[in-house]
Design a protein around this ligand. Sequence first.
Ligand SMILES: Nc1nc2c(ncn2[C@@H]2O[C@H](COP(=O)(O)OP(=O)(O)OP(=O)(O)O)[C@@H](O)[C@H]2O)c(=O)[nH]1
Ligand SMILES: [Mg+2]
Length: 272
Amino acid sequence: MRLETFRGPDYATAFAFANSELGDDAILVWSRNIRYGTGTGVEVACTTSDLLSQFRSRVSPGTPRFSAGTRRSDGRPFILALVGPTGAGKTTTAAKLAVHPDAFGGLKVGFLSLDTYRAGAVEQLQSYADVAGLDFELAYDSRDLAGALTRLAKCDVILVDTPGRGPKSNGAAWRAMLNRLDPDETHFVVPATMRTDLLLAARSDYTSMGASHAIITKVDEVPLDSMVAVFAAEVGMPVRWVTDGQDVPTDLREAGPTLIGALGTCPAMAAA
Ligand SMILES: Nc1nc2c(ncn2[C@@H]2O[C@H](COP(=O)(O)OP(=O)(O)OP(=O)(O)O)[C@@H](O)[C@H]2O)c(=O)[nH]1
Ligand SMILES: [Mg+2]
């Protein structure tokens, strides 16, 4: 969603600028008071109804419908991989997705960890698996994959956890494994606190690895929901879930209600 900002000494003037630039269907997303000249003024961020509906559909991509025993035509479980920068929340989010009722809770979920690099990474996911009574497999290289998939074959969904290393770092082995797994969905896990320039660079790296969706984490660390919505617009990928805290599994939400609700939807002219 492209956002344009307009400034003026008052709302009427700022909205007049918005309407002349974006047309009569300019929609207010957020506004704030600013210094303007020697006094005070307002800044409004607006978009158009077309771009807003694109945003709405992007943050409501629909949950893939699974039922126990549902399989792809080749009989394989649905495979969802989590990729993203170090500390973004991949492992914690995998644990949430496995048991949260708004995600895969109720289905038979197994974990496959490709993160054999960081000390403690295996134990972190294994402990969630133990608590929830879920199958857990580990793969050090591509030769381990066939056995791991066989042992997880009775699962409906396999959640794949990966190391926090971008394509630029030395991680050819796990990227080769991810390629070999050919996940049904690969989610770019990205904290809402990330700087926009770094977000854009990371997004490009991870989409080149096959990321098809994004999960926005740490939205609880951003003061305003509207800022998260603007961040989601910058991410520019389908977003099915956001996370808003460290508690497993409770701090996971469907993205649509959180992000759409955060946007103002009043026509700029009407608000003026
Ligand atoms: N505030 C907040 N913290 C979170 C959230 N999700 C995860 N965390 C915390 O972020 C830290 C890193 O989480 P991990 O799940 O280990 O992140 P990771 O991406 O797996 O990290 P690496 O495997 O080292 O790359 C932990 O302290 C989590 O509790 C969230 O939604 N909000
Ligand atoms: Mg991790």
